[in-house]
Design a binder for this molecule. Structure first.
Ligand code: ARG
Length: 568
């Protein structure tokens, strides 16, 4: 809870206790006001106690109010017993002055490994990877801001059947190595289609995959070559999105642990034979009260499955990297997969005390409300989507921005910042698990709940501070009207929002707050003529509030990794 709310809660709590009312633990007494014109905070505590005490809520509210002993707040009773709270200006500025927006320090920070991005070698990135990257990157930086020791791992898909498909095609067609990215992007869909239709080809693919997994020299050499090409391409795309990883591990890195664990689970009798495959039974691990199919450890043809690579990767994360918490930012449609992996980790005891969380997300939809596809029904390539966005962003920037004195390079940078902020903000304003419609025109608008609107507001503050020449750093915050007061109250809430967003692994809580902060700031900016204000104390206080607002925008920009330009 924010310091401001905590302080007010304490005042009201003391009064409730004086009234002789017994307070249950963890009860929330005040909340943000639904009617900021009438109050800053409100409490319906009297209504809650009324049932319990068989007493008129208005009477209870009056008792509470008359026992309040504080000059920091003003209280009134509304309707049948709602308590309205207004904060006095001096008290508010005192609290805001003690607020610290900086990064937290935890005495013994827990280690979080966050698995996100999850692109696949040879298949180009699509919008699903976009969401994982954007959300994962933000959660990683939020956890770091909270003071956790956080490691991001991309967990590239580089070891399954698709690898065999590429190798088989390269061998059959005697293709020259290294392949170009565009060749690679053509081979996979072709080979994937062919292996579904052509049984013979499929068995070659399986053979090549197995040889690769057994570290056959030739296959490893071919695989390394196209993996390098693919990874370089993936990095280029992620770079534009400002998404970066501490570890660039892939499924292939789990291979030795897969072999070790398979024989361990076999020896300990944890796995059993079933129709040629080796499975781990999950009868005792239902999901949402529904039975769960067995975990397939090794398929009947000896191939290692996706689930087992995840179990082995988790083993490394716990055993050697000493993770306390592992987050998987992966499509919600993989919920069953993670339920199985986590259950196996428990059964086999590799989990130890680690906290495992699948942080799923919803789909990106087209304007028709169906999953976003190209006209021919394919997944939309992420790079195409980014390029389209940047093109529109360039147009918008030349229309909206006073760009006369900017160089072409500067304009391009601004357009990139605008475009990327548009995509990221539009994603992160939604609760993680909901689907959303990809509507570029709407996302990239300078007005409304958009990334560009936030950038525009932050840039406005930057230029305000540039134009000003007084030193306000050590000035007192003096609140003089409803606009600066609303801004101060919003700023006081920042630390609470950070905690709530982290606890719920929900960046949208922060994103929504940032949008509200921008709106409140712009209201304040339009109604308080800062630079022409004659009272220097008030002017400096307004400048200080503005720079605190900018600080919050900068923290946000650093968490979701967008760039606030100097001018736009
Ligand atoms: N490569 C997978 C895909 O594209 C996602 C990987 C997610 N992470 C994991 N540890 N399974 O579907």
């Amino acid at each position: 809870m924010s310091l401001l709310k905590e302080t007010i809660e304490k005042i009201i709590k003391d009064s409730i206790i004086k009234c002789g009312i017994e307070l249950p633990d963890n009860i929330q007494i005040i909340k943000d006001s639904d009617r900021p014109d009438l109050s800053d905070f409100q409490s319906n505590i009297a209504m809650i106690f009324s049932k319990q005490l068989h007493k008129n809520p208005k009477q209870i509210a009056q008792d509470i109010v008359s026992n309040i002993d504080s000059k920091d707040i003003q209280i009134s009773i509304d309707g049948p017993g709602f308590i309205n709270i207004k904060v006095n200006n001096d008290f508010l500025s005192e609290i805001l002055t003690t607020e610290d927006f900086n990064k937290r320090h935890l005495d013994t920070p827990k280690k979080i490994i966050i698995d996100y991005g999850g692109p696949n070698v040879a298949k180009s990135l699509h919008v699903g990877h976009l969401r994982s990257s954007i959300i994962g990157e933000s959660l990683k930086n939020l956890a770091r801001f909270k003071g956790y020791d956080v490691v991001g791992d991309i967990h590239i898909g580089d070891w399954g059947l698709p690898m065999g498909m590429i190798i088989a095609t390269i061998k059959e067609e005697k293709l020259q190595l290294p392949l170009s990215v565009s060749d690679l992007n053509k081979i996979y869909p072709f080979a994937s289609k062919r292996s579904k239709e052509d049984e013979k080809f499929m068995s070659v693919v399986q053979e090549e995959t197995k040889k690769l997994q057994n570290k056959d020299k030739e296959n490893i050499a071919i695989w390394s070559s196209f993996k390098n090409t693919s990874v370089a391409d993936i990095k280029k795309t992620l770079d534009i999105l400002n998404v970066d990883f501490d570890l660039f591990y892939g499924e292939s890195d789990a291979n030795d642990d897969v072999n070790y664990l398979v024989s361990e689970f076999r020896q300990k009798g944890i796995s059993t034979q079933s129709e040629g495959a080796e499975i781990i039974d999950l009868k005792d691990y239902p999901m949402d009260n529904s039975p769960v199919p067995p975990f397939i450890m090794v398929k009947s043809n000896g191939a290692v499955m996706y689930g087992m690579t995840d179990v082995a990767t988790l083993y490394d994360r716990i055993e050697r990297q000493h993770a306390d918490i592992v987050w998987y930012v992966v499509d919600s449609r993989q919920a069953l997969h993670f339920h199985q992996v986590f259950s196996v980790a428990e059964i086999t005891k590799i989990k130890k005390n680690t906290q495992l969380e699948h942080l799923g997300f919803g789909s990106v939809l087209g304007v028709d409300g169906k999953p976003l596809k190209t006209r021919s029904g394919d997944n939309v390539a992420l790079m195409d989507l980014i390029n389209d966005t940047l093109k529109i962003a360039e147009q918008k920037v030349s229309e909206n921005v006073k760009t006369k004195d900017l160089s072409e390079a500067e304009k391009k940078d601004i357009a990139t910042s605008v475009g990327i902020s548009a995509i990221k903000f539009a994603d992160l304003i939604n609760p993680r698990t909901t689907d959303y419609i990809f509507n570029l025109e709407k996302f990239i608008s300078f007005e409304g709940k958009t990334g560009p609107y936030i950038l525009y507001t932050a840039v406005r503050i930057k230029s305000l501070l540039r134009e000003n020449n007084t030193d306000f750093k050590d000035s007192k915050i003096i609140l003089s009207n409803s606009y600066d007061k609303a801004l101060a109250i919003k700023l006081c809430n920042f630390n609470e929002i950070i905690d709530r967003a982290f606890d719920a692994r929900a960046i949208h809580i922060l994103t929504q707050y940032i949008y509200e902060l921008a709106t409140i700031f712009n209201d304040f900016y339009h109604n308080c003529r800062i630079l022409s204000e004659e009272n220097n104390d008030i002017k400096n206080s307004w400048l200080k509030l503005s720079s605190m607002t900018l600080k919050v925008f900068e923290i946000f920009a650093n968490i979701i990794k967008i760039n606030i330009p100097e001018r736009m």
